[in-house]
Each structure stands twice: as C-alpha cells, then as structure tokens.
Design a protein around this ligand. Structure first.
Ligand code: URA
Length: 437
C-alpha cells in the first residue's frame, strides 16, 4: 500500500467502515517506519475517535499493537501479575503496589505509560528519580525479574512500540477519550507483558477519560473480554476519580507520596486503593484464597516496611538513585513553595480533579506538544479533603512552582478548583464495583 492508501483508510474510517487486522497492522508498521506521516495518523485517530470501532476491530488493533514488538512469556511456576489504570489525576498507585506485591512474593511486571491528556503517567513520574531508566531491553528485563521479582517499564522500541507512537500522538491531538483506542492501548501493554493475572483500575468521574460510570463499565467489559480472549485471568475494578487520588499531584511529589504509602504514612484514600487492587491481584493469581486474607497479608507487609526495601531494589536495578526512598529530599524540588489560603469559611466540596490537572499543566508539569519537556519539580499538595471544615485564611493547598509569577497564576486557579459549601456534606464512601472473574 502507498501513502495514498492511508488516505483511503482514513476516508473509510470517516464513513464508519470497519478495518481488518491486516490494515491495522499496516498502519502500525507504516507509522513506526516513518512511511505514514503524523498528520495522516492523527486524522485517522480522529476518525476512530468519532466513528468508533467494532469489538472485533478493537481486538484486531490490540493484536496489531502487540505484534509491533516483543512479547514476554513467563514460566507457569512463577505466576506473573500486572495492573493498569485507565488514567487519573494524582494516581501513583503503581509505584507503591509493584514493590509491595513483589515483597509479598508475587512477581510483578508492569508496563506503564507516560502522561496522557490531563492524566499523569507512571513513567513520567518515575523519571523524576535521578538516573531511573524506564526503557529496559527485553533480556535485561528478564534478568531483573528473575533477580528481584519486579520491573516497572514503559513502551520502548522493543516493547509495544506502536502503542508508544500512537499514545504520544493521541496525547496532543485530543484523541484520547475513545473506548477502542484506550482498550487496545491498555490491553496491548498487558498482553505483551505476559502476565497471567491482570487487574484493571477503570476510572470514572471528572478526572477520568470516561466521565460517567456506564461508559467506564463498557470500557471495562471490552478490556476484560480482550484479556480473557487471550487466555488471561482479568478483573476490572471501577473506581471514582472526581478528586485527585491522595494529596500530591505532580511528578516528584507523587513519588514522595508513594514512598509514604510504603512507609505506612500514606493518605488513607491512596492506601485503601493500593491495598484493594493488591488484594484483587493476590486472589486472581491464586496466592491467597480470599480478599480478606490478602488484605491482612498486605497490611502486615506495609507495617513491616519490606515494600520500601523492595522499592529501593527496584530503583537500583533500573539505574536510579535508591537513596530517595530513605531521603526523599533528594528528589527534585521546586524553587517556590507556598501555601494558598481559603478566602471563605465553609465545608470543602473537594478539588475538581480535571481542574487540578489543568493547574499542573500550566505549572509546566504536562505536555502540550510531543516535544514538550515535563518539569518534574512542580505540583500541588492538597491540604483539605472533601467534607472537611475550612476557615477563611486556612491553607487549603500548597503550590510548588518555578517562580513567583507561576505560583500566582496557579494559586488563583487552584482556588477556583475548590468548591466550598455553606452546609456540611454527607460523605458516602465510594463503592467500587468489580467486573470479570
Ligand atoms: N492508559 C493507557 O495505557 N492507554 C490509554 O489510552 C489510556 C490509559
């Protein structure tokens, strides 16, 4: 097929026609080889965004993405697990969960992504650790997993490279919030990583790509079906994402907070989600018979600090400065750190996750174009949660900025992200529904 054929494929997708595995593989190969230019792939992505894909097409795209690189197979006597979130704000769960489960004896091979749209990416967060390498060659990854039982890596020229390339383009072309594109992107990484048991954290709410729960459920069902079709045990947990998860939003700040979780002092919502996803993984990989047993085991591990030791091993193995675990002040810090005070009294309705993500982007902690570089130092720490009483003049957030001007703009915007009610709020703990095995 020639460059002209790509026009035909865009045209056909624009009319809503389904594409074959052959055609989808051709697009992935041509894009990676530089034979199909960015602008044509961007147009095709936008056509997919509006016209969607059939379930068969979504399966085919997943397989085309997997086929663009190497896939891993692990021995059956060492069950490998994996987890993925569909994207949230302040979601640093993987950075705590991978070492925690590895410390429990569960082999965890996690292939993560970079920031996408308004959501942060684990790979970008890990790069705030001096020296940390996110691209491991397959042979090195195998050695590391054999030695320490875990790895946290990104797409690379060897591993699902087509997802890496499409992902970077979707990030800056408003083509992220598409069920088939999200499902195939997430599941290609999970299938290529070779895990037999996979837990998917499917977010809904203002900070998620799927704002309502029904859409999130539809996404979860397709991803579970792709995984089961490939012979994996898969479970999806639907979790709300209206407020940022935990208190920190911003790369180095989030790594610090993940360390807090492993040291037993993480914020309750983040600890809860980490333990919940971990318990599902332990049950799904048949390491424990029940969620209750798994939770007890994980609580004990958190209290013992072995998860923090495993994080040190993981960072060292991937070339990073492991001293940041015991001494988080070694992480990059912003030159201007000041609190923002509430102009009024009342009860916090919480910070809107999407708006907080916008503040991070303005501070320099996100990308507007593929070439943008992320500033790992900047971010926001949230000091009041939904339902808490707030007095006028009380610090409600801390903004970490590159200078006073940036701090001024961000502090005004962060106050706009916070709702204050004149009445106390009734807080109902968020229920998480489970889909799949
Ligand atoms: N995470 C991914 O890996 N891909 C998406 O498209 C969304 C979240």
């Amino acid at each position: 097929m020639s460059a002209r054929s790509m026009v035909t494929l865009i045209e056909r997708k624009k009319r809503g026609e389904a594409q074959t595995l052959d055609e989808l593989e051709w697009i992935c190969r041509g894009f990676l080889a530089g034979e199909i230019p960015d602008y044509q792939v961007a147009a095709w992505l936008m056509a997919v965004r509006w016209r969607g894909m059939t379930e068969v097409e979504t399966f085919a795209l997943t397989h085309a993405l997997v086929a663009s690189g190497e896939s891993f197979e692990w021995s059956e006597d060492r069950p490998v697990v994996d987890k993925h979130s569909t994207g949230g704000v302040g979601d640093k769960t993987s950075i705590a969960l991978v070492p925690l489960l590895a410390a429990a004896g569960v082999t965890f091979v996690k292939m993560s992504g970079r920031g996408l749209g308004h959501t942060g990416g684990t790979i970008d967060k890990l790069e705030s650790i001096p020296g940390f390498q996110v691209d491991l060659e397959p042979a090195r990854l195998r050695e590391q997993v054999a030695a320490i039982g875990c790895a946290l890596v990104g797409q690379s020229p060897e591993m699902v490279p087509a997802d890496g390339a499409l992902y970077a383009l979707r990030d800056v072309t408003a083509t992220i919030d598409s069920l088939p594109l999200i499902a195939s992107s997430v599941m290609s990484k999970k299938l290529a990583g070779g895990a037999r048991a996979i837990v998917l954290d499917v977010k809904h709410g203002s900070g998620a790509f799927m704002a309502d729960e029904e859409e999130a459920e539809a996404l979860a069902r397709v991803m579970v079906a792709i995984g089961v079709g490939a012979g994996r045990r898969v479970r999806a947990v639907l979790s709300p994402m209206s407020e940022p998860l935990g208190r920190a939003v911003g790369h180095a700040l989030e790594v610090r907070e993940a360390i807090d979780v492993l040291r037993g002092s993480g914020p309750p919502d983040l600890v809860e989600l980490t333990l919940d996803l971990g318990a599902h993984l332990m049950v799904l990989s048949r390491c424990t018979p029940s969620l209750e047993d798994a939770r007890i085991a994980l609580h004990r591990l958190l209290a013992s600090g072995v998860g923090a030791d495993k994080l040190e091993q993981l960072i060292s193995a991937q070339g990073g400065d492991a001293r940041i675990v015991a001494e988080p002040d070694r992480l990059p810090t912003a030159p201007v750190v000041r609190v923002v005070e509430s102009p009024e009294s009342g009860w916090s309705e919480g910070f809107d996750a999407r708006a907080v993500a916008g503040v991070l982007l303005d501070l320099g902690g996100g990308r507007r174009t593929k070439a943008d570089r992320i500033d790992h130092r900047v971010g926001i720490r949230i000091l009041v949660r939904r339902g808490e009483r707030v007095e006028a003049g009380q610090p409600v957030a801390e903004v970490h900025a590159t200078g006073s001007e940036a701090w001024g703009g961000a502090s005004a915007a962060i106050l706009e992200a916070l709702g204050i009610s004149s009445e106390p709020l009734e807080i109902v703990p968020a229920a998480r529904r489970v889909i799949g095995e």
